[in-house]
Design a protein around this ligand. Sequence first.
Ligand code: LLP
Length: 409
Amino acid sequence: MTISRNQMLEFAAQYGTPLYVYDGDEIINHYRELYDFIGHKKLQICYAMKANYNFHILKMLNSVGAALDTVSLGDVLLALRAGFPANKIIYTANNITDQEMDEVKATGVLFNIGSISELERFGKKFPGSDICLRFNPDVKDGDSDKTMTAGDLTKFGILMEEVDKTVEIVRNYQLRVVGLHEHTGSGIQNVDSVFQSMKNLMSLATRERFPDLLFLDFGGGFKVPYMPTERRVDYISMGAEICKLFNAFCKEYGRELKLVFEPGKYIVAEAGYLLTQVCCIKKNRERIIVGCDSGFPQLIRPVLYGAYHHITNLSNPDGPMKVYDICGNICETGDRFAEQRKVQEIHEGDILMIANAGAYCYSMGGVYNMRPMPAEVLVQEGFAELARKRLSPQELVDLIVDESTIPQD
Ligand code: LLP
């Protein structure tokens, strides 16, 4: 972390809490590290913007040459607005409506299609187009059942055994398959799963079936530590093995293809923090309940996945460790950032810092209980800027109340 405790406390005072703080330098470092780890000359990192679509972060990543993984028309429009050229955007939606298909096609981005039925529909509408095909690599891994995106319980990807049927459809509509894709899961626990998924996808990618390939895309899912005791994956040796496997594949295929990965968490998770102020401390018999001014709509991972997010008391960093339930301000008992967690002694008014809040926190947010999402601050080279302002509750009400739908009497 390059932002000091005092700076964090200043941000909390200046912008108010709850507040997301992002370390832009760390985001860029993570992005660049991937190029060091995976030292392949035709590597392209496509940032998975679902992890964090803050406009300033997108612009920053565009300025260093990142490409982008998008999942909806909204993502595509935002990406274009941030300056990404259409040819650096891949669109991997599922359950696409006809209308979305038309509107996204008009933007010129590359479709990554993961079902036979959508492929048929796309082929009929847009014969002769370039496409990428998403296969289910049949390897199960990820940091929770909900985020494993391969194997037999998932809705994603075309089954490997359907490859020849897929090729038939491709030929029927003269589609040009320029890429093949797989995504195993988020927070992949075992690096062997990465290699196995690569091998499975590469086994489908014969010159005979797919003569026009320009790239293979092996998705995202690079794990980062969430617990202080968790060891970092040895990405240097993982990168070396990836290059070895991919080079051998290209040799057999007979052409040097681009090697694509689409990480989200790896680039932004550790670079984000959620600051929240303690409003109320009370006891429920044996438990000490710490009530914060944020809640699960602003950081849902503990509630949804049972995820661990480290919590530090910025206002009392050297205080004795005590056990607390750290709760949010939403009207549900399950609204806890942490249960029976040791944190430096907490008093009302203290500022708590929740770590790993850069990925899938703001982006999965909502306004349940009519609490507006927090502001976001981006720090780059020591300089902080407001990267998105907080709506006031009144502004939120004004957005929601649409006078034109209210009957006049
Ligand atoms: N590519 C595809 C096709 C994906 O579906 C995803 C994530 C990624 C790339 C990026 O994965 P990453 O590198 O960020 O792990 N909300 C969950 C994670 C869901 C990920 C969904 N897809 C969480 O908070 O853990």
